[in-house]
Design a protein around this ligand. Structure first.
Ligand code: GUN
Ligand code: ZN
Length: 428
């Protein structure tokens, strides 16, 4: 027996290209969790039609957030001048206290909120504690969400009471255990990411060992690169033998096709070439870059270099988990750059949708996600367009696909998310 959902089916398989069926349907097999067909709606007694509470449903691929910090969510919107004082003052004390049993309760609430916002896949950091990462995986498993999670690794300037050498050794041991237990768990819904925080708080030794661990276990790698000028200066002083910040990671062996780097705002041409040559991927975090006064992401330059880019909330650097808010920030950021230099292209809502779906899937080496077509995984977000339209849509005629996406990017939030399906299973 197949399951179907009827609505305005829209996806963004290519940058700037929408594909849609106005009175459409997505049919999937709940057994395999795969989409069996996408097209115009046709009644079929063989299909169980899912009811949603949406009066004007838009069916999108589940949204993908490729960089956020789970323990930090309770501390969003703590205004500070810049990244490093914000980390010291607000974030490290918070992560230090992210322990069981509170960690599990926060993690449960976090995944419920991600799903309520239509985000079906996320890539997350926890705190440095092994139990904080266990709690996050257990919560992800129970929630039905798809997630890639890693325990933060730090051995210098860390918030544990350990000496650097011991902190590094324990961090590697714990990360290995977590990777062995969780990478590919829950029928492949959960994966592990080796997560050295950034070159400010990691020794060369720890970064090298982290890279080796990721290679041994076949896991992802996530870290931060070139977010803030003071951070870049600090890394230059700490690693004078490296050509630049990117080279610190390259020398440690951290850059490969399963590496996702958050931010990448202030890179030189040489650094961009290194990322392209190593097939490294980028998590663009526009809400965070605005909030922490970090800078404007050179989208056109990084895309021209052929580097895959996805979107991310970077909570609590970014103040919201909603990928609609993140898409909006991404659009506004490129507009700001365009105002400064008219030769810089703007980013359209349709392009932002691509980055938050198929683009994120490419970054995660998951071509089965982020697209609505036969054979892809049935991860869906059903959004009630009437909840995003002015006056509940009472006076709006049926919109075209670009109009619907414009409306959602500029106006949608969690209240418009009617239903969420992960791997053919209805979660909301
Ligand atoms: N760089 C290193 N750690 C962090 C973090 O937690 N948030 C952000 N935005 N940048 C970082
Ligand atoms: Zn981050």
């Amino acid at each position: 027996m197949k399951t179907g959902i009827r609505g305005h089916v829209i996806d963004a398989p290519e940058f700037g290209k929408l594909r849609s069926h106005q009175d459409g349907a997505v049919i999937f097999d709940p057994q395999t969790g795969l989409i069996t067909s996408v097209g115009n709606y046709q009644d079929d007694p063989e299909i169980t039609w899912l009811e949603t509470k949406a009066t004007r449903p838009v069916i999108l691929p589940g949204l993908i957030d490729i960089h956020a910090h789970l323990p930090q969510y309770p501390a969003v919107a703590r205004t500070e001048s810049a990244l490093l004082p914000w980390l010291e003052k607000h974030i490290f004390p918070l992560e230090r206290n992210f322990r069981q049993p509170a960690a599990r309760a926060i993690a449960d609430a976090f995944f419920a909120e991600l799903l309520a916002n239509g985000t079906t896949t996320s890539m997350l950091y926890t705190a440095i504690w092994e139990d904080s990462c266990e709690a996050a995986f257990a919560a992800a498993q129970a929630s039905g969400a798809r997630a890639i999670i890693g325990k933060v690794m730090m051995d210098e300037g860390t918030y544990s009471d350990l000496e650097p050498a011991e902190a590094a050794e324990i961090s590697i041991q714990q990360s290995r255990r977590l990777a062995q237990k969780w990478h590919g768990a829950a029928n492949g819904r959960l994966h592990y990411a080796v997560s050295p925080r950034f070159a400010v708080t990691c020794s060369a030794r720890l970064m090298k060992d982290a890279a080796k661990l990721a290679e041994e276990t076949g896991t992802y790698i996530q870290t931060h690169l070139s977010e803030n000028q003071a951070e870049i200066e600090y890394v230059k002083q700490r690693f004078p033998q490296s050509k630049n910040y990117t080279d610190v990671y390259a020398q440690a062996g951290l850059l490969n096709a399963k590496t996702i780097l958050g931010h990448c705002i202030h890179l030189s041409n040489q650094e961009i070439t290194t990322l392209a040559e190593t097939n490294t991927k980028i998590a663009h975090c526009p809400g965070s870059n605005f909030f922490l006064n970090s800078g404007l992401f050179p989208m056109d330059k990084l895309r021209a270099a052929g580097i895959p880019i996805g979107l991310a909330s970077d909570v609590a650097g970014g103040p919201e988990l909603s990928m609609f808010a993140v898409m909006r920030d991404a659009v506004n950021m490129q507009k700001a750059r365009h105002f400064q230099d008219r030769s810089i292209p703007i980013l359209t809502p349709a392009q932002a949708l691509h980055l938050a779906t198929a683009g994120g899937a490419e970054v995660l080496s998951r071509p089965d996600l982020g697209r609505l077509e036969k054979g892809k995984t049935a991860d869906l977000a059903i959004i009630d367009l009437d909840k995003a339209l002015p006056l509940q849509g009472q006076f709006t005629p049926p919109p075209t696909a670009p109009e619907a996406i414009d409306t959602l990017v500029y106006r949608a939030n969690a209240t418009a998310v009617a239903s969420v399906i992960v791997g053919g299973k209805k979660i909301i």
